[in-house]
Each structure stands twice: as structure tokens, then as C-alpha cells.
Design a protein around this ligand. Structure first.
Ligand SMILES: [Zn+2]
Ligand SMILES: [Zn+2]
Length: 227
């Protein structure tokens, strides 16, 4: 497990299984938030890092989506304490195995039914932090469908960091599209990339790749090349 401090409040933890897999720990006064839960073998490293950082315990888990490489450490982390696991409601039938993800033949249960809780939605249908307008961990959700129907990115305005899950991948600091084979609707994922225009993060983190600085500067070229 590699640990990298991304910003004042955010740490990226990563492993490598054919591709890099990242999860993030976000520090707040009340404890840590885990964003995404990687694969099962990352659980030990996540819990050791929580001990080392000294800002624990983990008080909730926020998911970008329910794919198998983003949920693996949920159960072992929950063994250390009963905490909420939140995801956009559109992900729940897919991750609980009731519906296949779009373009997949078979439904696949990636999380035990009943473990995840739907993110609350505002009156206009946008996901909001479980704390409402003042998230205690500083993380604001934005629905960015395409890679998965309920794909959600988490923005930390104070640190200027966007935890983008699988909205993008990256290589050598350059934005790349999400992995096509696992992407439900690539055209929609390209439209969702425009969230960068709204948020203009100084740093972007993806699950499968390294950090990207000032990603908005790359957006026109990215859309021209891949959309
Ligand atoms: Zn994915
Ligand atoms: Zn992924």
C-alpha cells in the first residue's frame, strides 16, 4: 500500500493489480471519511493507515460507484465499527445484484444488500452530502453519470481537490477516458467531464491513474480527442 498526501486534508492510498487502484482518506474534525473502498486486499493497509494517521476512526464511507474494484474493503472496515456507506441511489440495484450494469450481460452483486444507504437527493434530483449544505468532511457530491449510472464525484472545495473515481483515468498527469470495457455510456461520460468547468479543481484524483494538476486546462483537448 502506497500512501501519498494529496492536500491538507486528503491522503491517497494505492495498490497495483494490473492497473493502479486508489482510495482516499479525508481528514475532518470528527474523524476520517473513506472515499471508495478498492479491493479486498487493501483493507489491512487502509486500517493500518488510519492508525498511523491518528485522525481516525473512519466515520463513513462514500462511494463514487459500485464496481467491484471500488467496494472490496467495505466489509472489513465495517467490522471495525458500524458506519454508513453512501452511494447514489441509481447504483444500488446494480451493486446489490438486482440489475446488470448497462451493457453488462449479467447482474453481479458487489456489495451485500442492505449495507449501502442512498445519498439524499435535493429537490432538483442532485445528490447532497448526508450532512446537507455543510458537509462535516468538506466533501460535496456531484452526479457524473456515464461510466456508471449513479457515478458521483466528490469535491473538496477548501483543498481544491476533486476525487473523480472512474469519470476519467490518467497517465503521466494527462486526462484519459474511463476504461471503455467497463463504461456504461461513454458519450454521457464525456458530457459529465464538463463538471470540471463548474468546479475548476486545482487537483484531480482518479482511481486508476496518478494525480492531474489543473485538469480544466486539459478539458478542451480531452473532449476534442475522445468525445
Ligand atoms: Zn468503474
Ligand atoms: Zn474502477
Amino acid at each position: 500500500m502506497k500512501i501519498r498526501q494529496v492536500s491538507d486534508h486528503i491522503y491517497a492510498l494505492s495498490t497495483w493489480v494490473i492497473i493502479p487502484i486508489h482510495v482516499w482518506l479525508v481528514r475532518a474534525a470528527e474523524g476520517l471519511t473513506l472515499v471508495d473502498a478498492g479491493i479486498g486486499p487493501m483493507a489491512g493497509g487502509i486500517l493500518r493507515t488510519v492508525d498511523q494517521l491518528g485522525h481516525g476512526p473512519i466515520r463513513r464511507i462514500l462511494l463514487t460507484h459500485g464496481h467491484v474494484d471500488h467496494v472490496g474493503a467495505i466489509d472489513p472496515v465495517l467490522k471495525n465499527g458500524d458506519i454508513p456507506v453512501l452511494v447514489h441511489p441509481e447504483e444500488i440495484p446494480c451493486l446489490e445484484g438486482d440489475l446488470p450494469y448497462p451493457r453488462r450481460k449479467k447482474a453481479q452483486r458487489t456489495v451485500r444488500p442492505g449495507v449501502v444507504t442512498p445519498l439524499p437527493l435535493s429537490v432538483d434530483g442532485m445528490p447532497v452530502s448526508p450532512d446537507g449544505d455543510a458537509p462535516s468532511d468538506g466533501l460535496v457530491p456531484y452526479h457524473t453519470p456515464g461510466h456508471a449510472p449513479g457515478h458521483t464525484v466528490w469535491f473538496h472545495p477548501e483543498d481544491g481537490v476533486l476525487l473523480a473515481g472512474d469519470l476519467f483515468t490518467s497517465r503521466k498527469g494527462q486526462l484519459r477516458p474511463p476504461i471503455a470495457m467497463f463504461t456504461a455510456d461513454m458519450a454521457q461520460a464525456m458530457r459529465s467531464a464538463r463538471i470540471l468547468e463548474q468546479l475548476n479543481p486545482s487537483r484531480l484524483e482518479v482511481c486508476h491513474g496518478g494525480p492531474v494538476r489543473n485538469p480544466l486546462e486539459q478539458l478542451p483537448g480531452y473532449l476534442e480527442r475522445y468525445a
